[in-house]
Design a protein around this ligand. Structure first.
Ligand SMILES: [Zn+2]
Length: 233
């Protein structure tokens, strides 16, 4: 059973910490937005209801198990359709719940906060980030983090990941800070430059992989370069 902890980032903006992964809760004027639902090993809905009485809509940054675990506890659920197949295949042996589509460029205006959906394929096919242009921050899912980014297995794509980082490089005037799902909560925006450079070096075989320390597959290596790291074969 997971214990949840809350970090108040700003007025109406919370990080819901769950062991090694976090969700974000943003209270708007009439509704609240929950970004990701963690591993699902707990009653997240009940926990969220202690923080806000507003109706909750969930947007998923992507469909990995540590982000969609509690999906069934909530009624309004959105995911990028580029992620739908990955979601179904990844959780073949478990029950998946229906998702409504959310698209690149969609605006979620909560009043106090306003987010734009940015499509960032690579870590998964339909990974997204949420950009708050006025407040200059990005909620980046797993694509931008100080932890090791999982890039092994079906659906991962270094080429796409690097292209997504290039896309973000062109948007660096729009945000200073990234809120990440793993490891450090706050990541400086220019980490995008390190990720772009690092992904390129891994693709060009310029980085030597070290034993990855992942117990479920000893063939997965850790590629560390430019201050960032990937897990890949
Ligand atoms: Zn994750």
């Amino acid at each position: 059973m997971i214990n949840y902890n809350t970090i108040k980032i700003a007025q109406g903006f919370y990080s819901i910490e769950q062991d090694f992964v976090r969700s974000f809760l943003i209270e708007g004027d009439r509704e609240a937005l929950l970004i990701d639902t963690g591993v699902g090993d707990g009653n997240l809905k009940e926990y969220i209801e202690q923080i806000t009485k507003l109706p909750v809509t969930v947007i998923f940054t992507h469909a990995d198990g540590d982000h969609v675990g509690g999906a069934g506890q909530f009624e309004r659920r959105f995911m990028h359709p580029g992620e739908f197949d990955y979601y179904k295949n990844k959780h073949e042996n478990r029950v998946t719940v229906s998702m409504e589509p959310i698209w690149e460029g969609d605006i979620i205006n909560l009043g106090s906060y306003c987010f734009e959906i940015i499509l960032l394929p690579g870590h998964t096919p339909g990974s997204i980030a949420l950009l708050e242009r006025e407040k200059h921050f990005l909620i980046g899912g797993d694509s931008i983090q100080t932890g090791k980014i999982y890039m092994f297995g079906n659906g991962r794509n270094f080429e796409a990941f690097r292209a997504s980082m290039k896309k973000l490089q062109g948007m660096l005037r729009e945000f200073d800070t990234v809120y990440a799902s793993h490891d450090a909560l706050l990541v400086p925006a220019d980490t995008v430059n390190q990720l772009y450079a690092g992904a390129g070096k891994v693709m060009e075989n310029k980085v030597t992989g070290k034993p990855g320390e992942l117990s479920f597959d000893s063939n997965i290596k850790c590629y560390e370069t430019d201050g960032i790291a990937f897990y890949a074969y």
